[in-house]
Design a protein around this ligand. Structure first.
Ligand SMILES: Nc1nc2c(ncn2[C@@H]2O[C@H](COP(=O)(O)OP(=O)(O)O)[C@@H](O)[C@H]2O)c(=O)[nH]1
Ligand SMILES: [Mg+2]
Length: 340
């Protein structure tokens, strides 16, 4: 794997594709390659785009990519689908949608599906973004289906998070809005050619007004549980960013300039007063917590014979011990216990 890093850095697309496959499949040797390319990351602007299926994410991503290309910037698109165990039909639709981009050497499109746990996907997404970043792309667009946890995970990797809504998708959308607002840096109401767009925009604006500044502070507090460092907390009230609401018709390229401008405004906001540094520090801390958690779980279970686990399960089942006591036993378990 490590021999792919130099070709990756000099623009070799096959090396890029192979490294991404290795990330996705958690191939051995990928950690060494990721360590090698890490110093070359931190340059591309990572934009997360999330929203319910059918809101027009892929269409918008395509339009954004075209616009960035016009400005002479290179673009990588990573479509992450936590709901699909394989890259199937939806991606075919995306291929057709994104065909305007095909043949352009300044664009790279890749989709990634769930393999194993959601946690595994979050990790693979972060690593894939780093590979694309080290490959030198100016803009990295990450599309994820709005499926709860994945939205939150994308925030941990993206600098600017765009949440996409569309009118007429039903009331369940309404219910998740409050949660979605907390992660949005830019809100898009796509399908502005459809009826109901005015009320959708109005509803969002109302929720934003109700939610500010409290909801943004909640987000920080929520992060604060993981991230205890003082320096990561907002220093001033002007640290609060109010997400703009942008109307678009992705299929006709309408509102794309406004969306581009909103993303750029957010980028400038982060560039001021060390905000970017603090955001990145937050991301790194959360990532380290995730990785340590994964590593400890793996380490613990690797050292635990199946018989010992079976035994503890039986004890819980027979009500001899409760689950938390069982966890304490598991945590205190040493391989030497078996030898005796
Ligand atoms: N009327 C209308 N249809 C749109 C618009 N944007 C996307 N669509 C259509 O909505 C469907 C879903 O779009 P897609 O980009 O695949 O959504 P995704 O599932 O969020 O990625 C496709 O048939 C698009 O052509 C829009 O602004 N107006
Ligand atoms: Mg899509």
């Amino acid at each position: 794997m490590i021999e792919l890093v130099d070709p990756l850095r000099s623009g070799d697309r096959r090396a890029l594709a192979r490294l991404l496959t290795a990330v996705e499949n958690e191939r051995s040797g990928i950690d060494v390659a990721l360590a090698e390319l890490y110093p070359h990351t931190g340059h591309g602007w990572v934009i997360g785009l999330t929203g319910a299926p059918g809101t027009g994410k892929s269409s918008l991503v395509t339009e954004l990519a075209k616009a960035y290309r016009k400005q002479g910037e290179t673009v990588a698109i990573l479509a992450v689908d936590p709901t699909s165990p394989f890259t199937g039909g939806a991606i075919l639709g995306d291929r057709i949608r994104m065909r305007d981009l095909s043949g352009d050497k300044g664009v790279f499109i890749r989709s990634m599906a769930t393999r194993g746990s959601l946690g595994g996907l979050a990790r693979a997404t972060r690593d894939a973004i780093r590979v694309l970043d080290a490959a030198g792309f100016d803009r990295i667009l990450v599309e994820t289906v709005g499926a709860g946890q994945s939205e939150v995970d994308i925030v941990r990797a993206a600098y600017t998070t765009v949440v996409i809504e569309a009118p007429g998708l039903g009331d369940d959308v309404q219910a998740i809005k409050a949660g979605i607002l907390e992660i949005a840096d830019v809100l898009v109401v796509n399908k502005a050619d459809r009826p109901g767009v005015d009320s959708a925009v109005k509803a969002l604006r109302t929720m934003l007004e109700l939610g500010h500044p409290a909801s943004r502070e909640q987000l920080v507090t929520h992060h604060g549980k993981l991230v205890q460092s003082e320096s990561l907390q907002p220093q001033h009230s002007q640290d609060i960013w109010i997400p703009p609401v942008v109307r678009t018709v992705a299929t006709e390229g309408q509102g794309i300039d406004e969306l581009l401008a909103a993303i750029e405004d957010h980028r400038h906001f982060l560039a001021e007063a060390d905000r970017m540094k603090r955001l990145e520090a937050q991301h790194i801390q959360m990532e380290l917590v995730d990785r340590v958690r994964d590593a400890l779980v793996k380490q613990l279970f690797a050292g635990l014979p199946t018989s010992a686990l079976d035994d503890i399960v039986r004890q819980v089942q027979s009500r001899a011990i409760d689950p938390q006591t069982a966890v304490n036993h598991l945590l205190a378990f040493r391989p030497v216990d078996v030898a005796k």
